[in-house]
Design a protein around this ligand. Structure first.
Ligand SMILES: NC(=O)c1ccc[n+]([C@@H]2O[C@H](COP(=O)([O-])OP(=O)(O)OC[C@H]3O[C@@H](n4cnc5c(N)ncnc54)[C@H](OP(=O)(O)O)[C@@H]3O)[C@@H](O)[C@H]2O)c1
Length: 320
C-alpha cells in the first residue's frame, strides 16, 4: 500500500453517483486519512457559497470532483441549458474555491463529449480544440472543457495543482437505467430485458446503428482516477479508455444475446445517432501514470446485467 494515501484527507464530490461510488469503494481499500463524500442535499455546488462552505468544513488535501449533471443523448437533447449551466458553475466554483483555500490537489473529470464531432479516430488529446462537438452533447461538452481552460490558467498564474481526466463512455454495476437519463448500455439492457420478459417480437433502437462507441468499465475508471491522483501533476488533459471501438450495430445483438432476447431489432432512423465515431488513444494515461484497463468487455457487460437484474428498483430510482 502506498504511503501517499495514509496522509490524505480526500473529498469526493458526487461520491454517491455512478462513478463516485466506484471511486469511494476503490479509495476505501487505500485507507486514506479521511474520506468525505457529501450529498447534493448538503451542498449544492452550483452555489458558490455552498462550494466554499464544503471545502472550509472538510479541509481536504485532495478533491476528486465528480459531481455533475449527466445524461445520455435523450437528456442532452431535452435539457441542454441545464446541463450547460450546472456543469459550468459546479466546475468553476469547486476549482476556484480549491485554489482560494489552498487545497493541495484537485482532480477534474472531463468527458469524451468535448471532442469535435469529426475527430480522427483514435482521439488524441491534441485534437480537443480542432472543432465544435457533436451538436446534441455540445453544451455539456463545452461546459466541461471550460474547466480545462480554467485549471490550465490557474496553474500558470497561481501554480494551482489540478489535473484533467477524460473518461470515455462508462458502464458497469450501479449505472442509471431510467430511460430519461440512461446511456447506451443501460438503455439497451433495460430494453432487451423488458422485451424478453414480455415476449415481444421486436425492439426499437435509436439511430441507424452506424455510430461507434468505446466503453470503459466503471471500476477501471475509478482505478485510473486514483492512479492519476497519486502520480500525475500536469496541465495536459488525459484520455481514459480502452482503445476498443464498438459499432452500435454490433453492440445491440451482443446485448440481446446476453439477455436471451431473440426478436427482431428495428432501427428508428428518425432518432439521432449522436457523434459518428468514438474511440480514444489511451497511451498518455499509460505513459504518465501507468493506467491500463483490465476488465474485458464481455465480463463487464455480464456483471452489469447481473447487477441490473438484482437491483431493478434501485437501477431506475434516479431520474435526473
Ligand atoms: N457516466 C459516464 O459515462 C461518464 C463518462 C465520462 C465522464 N463522466 C463524468 O464522470 C462524473 C460522474 O458521472 P456519473 O455518471 O457518475 O454521474 P452521476 O451518477 O449522475 O453522479 C453525479 C453526482 O453528482 C451529484 N450532483 C449533481 N448535481 C449536483 C449539485 N448541484 N451539487 C452537488 N452535487 C451534485 C449527484 O449527487 P447526489 O447523489 O448527492 O444527488 C450525483 O450523485 C461526471 O463529471 C461526468 O461528467 C461520466
Amino acid at each position: 500500500m502506498s504511503e501517499f494515501w495514509s496522509t490524505q484527507r480526500v473529498l469526493v464530490t458526487g461520491g454517491h453517483g455512478f462513478l463516485g461510488s466506484a471511486v469511494c469503494r476503490a479509495l476505501a481499500t487505500r485507507q486514506p486519512a479521511e474520506l468525505f463524500s457529501p450529498r447534493q442535499s448538503e451542498y449544492d455546488l452550483t452555489k458558490v457559497e455552498q462550494a466554499q462552505a464544503m471545502i472550509e468544513r472538510f479541509r481536504p488535501d485532495l478533491i476528486i470532483h465528480l459531481a455533475a449533471s449527466v445524461g445520455g443523448i435523450g437528456a442532452n437533447r431535452a435539457r441542454p441549458a441545464d446541463l450547460y449551466l450546472s456543469n459550468l458553475l459546479m466546475g468553476t466554483y469547486v476549482l476556484e474555491q480549491a485554489r482560494l483555500q489552498q487545497v493541495a490537489k484537485t482532480v477534474m473529470i472531463g468527458t469524451i463529449c468535448s471532442y469535435p464531432k469529426f475527430t480522427p479516430v483514435p482521439f488524441v488529446e491534441s485534437s480537443l480544440w480542432q472543432g465544435y462537438p457533436e451538436e446534441t452533447n455540445a453544451p455539456y461538452g463545452i461546459a466541461k472543457l471550460a474547466q480545462l481552460v480554467q485549471l490550465q490558467a490557474n496553474r500558470e498564474q497561481y501554480g494551482q495543482s489540478a489535473i484533467y481526466l477524460m473518461p470515455t463512455n462508462l458502464y458497469g454495476p450501479g449505472d442509471k437505467f431510467h430511460p430519461d437519463i440512461s446511456h447506451v448500455i443501460p438503455a439497451l439492457i433495460a430494453k432487451c430485458v423488458e422485451a424478453h420478459e414480455q415476449g415481444a417480437d421486436h425492439i426499437e433502437v435509436w439511430g441507424t446503428g452506424s455510430a461507434s462507441r468505446e466503453f470503459l468499465y466503471v471500476e477501471d475508471a475509478a482505478e485510473a482516477i486514483l492512479l492519476a491522483s497519486e502520480h500525475y501533476d500536469g496541465a495536459e488533459p488525459v484520455n481514459l479508455g480502452t482503445h476498443e471501438e464498438r459499432p452500435i450495430k454490433d453492440l445491440v445483438p451482443m446485448i440481446a444475446e446476453l439477455v436471451g432476447f431473440t426478436g427482431e431489432i428495428r432501427w428508428d432512423t428518425s432518432k439521432p445517432d449522436g457523434q459518428p465515431r468514438r474511440c480514444v488513444d489511451p497511451s498518455r494515461a499509460k505513459a504518465l501514470f501507468g493506467f491500463e484497463a483490465t476488465t474485458g468487455f464481455e465480463t463487464g457487460l455480464a456483471a452489469t446485467l447481473e447487477w441490473y437484474l438484482s437491483h431493478r428498483e434501485q437501477a431506475v430510482e434516479r431520474t435526473s
